[in-house]
Write a protein that binds this ligand. Structure first.
Ligand SMILES: Nc1ncnc2c1ncn2[C@@H]1O[C@H](COP(=O)(O)OP(=O)(O)OP(=O)(O)O)[C@@H](O)[C@H]1O
Ligand SMILES: [Mg+2]
Length: 153
């Protein structure tokens, strides 16, 4: 397990971090995101998707649970489990399992509601914030140490 923590004082800082991260996950990765409402989970996913050349507008999947993007350099699956909570999660296990392995990038917001379906190798991102535009992104590798090492270079 490796960790990497970065303070992003502006959205532009977050963009630079997202661009760096996008290069490191270009062959695929499963990412669980944690953090309060408005912390900056979707903002980060959007910036990573932009960096992976997604042509469509990237929006929050809060209401639809899953958005997919197939116009970038790699397929991107973006889940938001907030509305499903612990009970509803069972209804999307098949999709989570399907997008857990293979060559795609899968993001899961409100991953605390998903207690089972994370592949062994994945990355956790904790986003914390206060009142201004400053955000702290903390990355934790679970069997994906090279990606985290790449962030610190
Ligand atoms: N440095 C920064 N990094 C990321 N987002 C920032 C930053 N500064 C300001 N913001 C703004 O903070 C907001 C973060 O909202 P976002 O939708 O990403 O939250 P979220 O964590 O996905 O919340 P939810 O749980 O509701 O899905 C956006 O409006 C974004 O533009
Ligand atoms: Mg969100």
């Amino acid at each position: 397990m490796k960790t990497y923590k970065q303070i992003c004082n502006t959205l532009e800082d977050t963009k630079l971090l997202a661009e760096k991260f996008a290069k490191l996950i270009k062959d695929g990765c499963f990412i669980n995101l944690y953090g309060e409402i408005g912390a900056g989970k979707t903002a980060f996913v959007k910036l990573v998707a932009d960096a992976l050349d997604v042509k469509e507008k990237v929006t929050s999947p809060s209401f639809v649970i899953l958005n997919e993007y197939h116009t970038g350099s790699i397929p991107i699956y973006h889940f938001d489990l907030y509305r499903l909570e612990n009970e509803g999660i069972k209804t999307i296990y098949d999709e989570l399992r399907e997008y857990s392995e293979g060559k795609q990038v899968t993001f899961v917001e409100w991953a605390e509601f998903n207690q089972n379906e994370a592949p062994f190798n994945h990355i956790k991102i904790n986003v914390t914030y206060d009142d201004n535009d400053s955000r702290i992104y903390e990355f934790i590798s679970v069997g994906e140490d090279e990606i985290i090492e790449g962030l610190s270079k």
